[in-house]
Ligand binder design. Structure first.
Ligand code: SF4
Ligand code: SF4
Length: 306
């Protein structure tokens, strides 16, 4: 089961809810911090990050010695990311969508690909047994989506049991049998703030979206934006009201009108803010909330099954 915790607005307590949900989800839980521009869940869950992988996009590279300047690559590129100007074939990386078409059509096999590193993926276990993974984008990179996409793919691969292989007497590979991803894992994805492409990519393929909001006009505005994405993608959603008691009841009225279930309310309390500021999760600071998070998870499970 894949649960995305999203908020639209930054600073609503999305990571607070996501990390506490992970800590109450039992043993088979995977946490993915998809806020690759500013990942911070590791500060609360404190994993031992012992596995790393560079990640990026494959950009075309032209071998000038083989190129005949025929222009076929420029003709096929919908994004005007490659152009032939006189005796020069130029690639514009910021326009390239890495589709590989130019490489396929080049009659001289003059185009190859190089990895343009945009960041890293990191993973490791926490002391409480949460299997943790995060993407970290390099400063100044313009696109977060490829890193979120790679993080999801990397995660899917590591959730598979190792492939079964059989060899002949000389050690040659006869058969390789891939296993489907395990479906007993609860995967919790902490989404980036906002309602743009990285959030859409984080939600894609999820079973449920948990929307964290606060009862203020700003919270309501951003909740509406992010619920729009979830319904476009056809993913069921529910709401957590954080800092309940501040502001007004417009969020509640909107949820009733839109048929959005309110699954949990966390009141505004100074001790929560102090604990979170010192790197503690909500359920560590207030263990009495463990039961509420377990009920929340059970509720989501029931809704997904239905
Ligand atoms: S298609 Fe190949 S040979 Fe033709 S211009 Fe492009 S890189 Fe050069
Ligand atoms: S990889 Fe695709 S988008 Fe990039 S230059 Fe080639 S054809 Fe254009």
């Amino acid at each position: 089961m894949r649960i995305v915790v999203a908020s639209g607005k930054g600073g609503t307590g999305k990571t607070t809810i996501a990390t506490s949900l992970a800590l109450t989800a039992g043993e088979s839980v995977r946490f993915m911090d998809c806020d690759v521009e500013a990942p911070n869940a590791a500060l609360f869950l404190k994993p031992q990050l012992d596995t790393r992988k560079e990640v990026g996009i494959q950009l075309p590279v032209v071998n000038e010695a083989l190129c005949t300047y025929c222009g076929k690559c420029a003709e096929v590129c919908e994004f005007h990311a490659i152009a032939v100007i006189g005796k020069k074939t130029l690639v514009f990386p910021e326009l390239c969508h890495c589709c590989g078409s130019c490489m396929l059509v080049c009659p001289e096999k003059a185009i190859s690909e190089r990895l343009d590193v945009m960041g890293v993926l990191e993973s490791g276990m926490t002391a409480t047994g949460v299997d943790f993974a995060q993407g970290v984008m390099n400063v100044g990179e313009p696109m977060a989506v490829p890193i979120v996409r790679e993080l999801k793919k990397w995660n899917d691969m590591s959730l598979r049991a190792p492939a079964k292989q059989s060899h002949d007497e000389d050690g040659r590979l006869l058969r390789r049998e891939e296993h489907p991803p395990r479906n007993d894992i609860i995967e919790i994805r902490d989404a980036p703030p906002g309602a743009s492409c990285p959030v859409v990519e984080t939600m894609r393929g999820a079973d449920f979206v948990l929307l964290v909001t606060e009862p203020t006009p700003f919270g309501l505005h951003d909740l509406k934006q992010v619920i729009g994405i979830a319904s476009e993608l056809g993913i069921p959603a529910g709401v957590v009201i954080n800092r309940d008691g501040i502001g007004d009841n417009a969020v509640e009225a909107y949820c009733v009108e839109a048929g959005l279930p309110i699954l949990l309310r966390i009141p505004m309390e100074r001790r929560f803010a102090e604990a979170i500021a010192s790197g503690k999760t909500l359920v560590e600071a207030a263990p009495e909330y463990r039961a509420a998070f377990q009920t929340l998870l059970q509720d989501i499970t029931t809704r997904v099954a239905a």
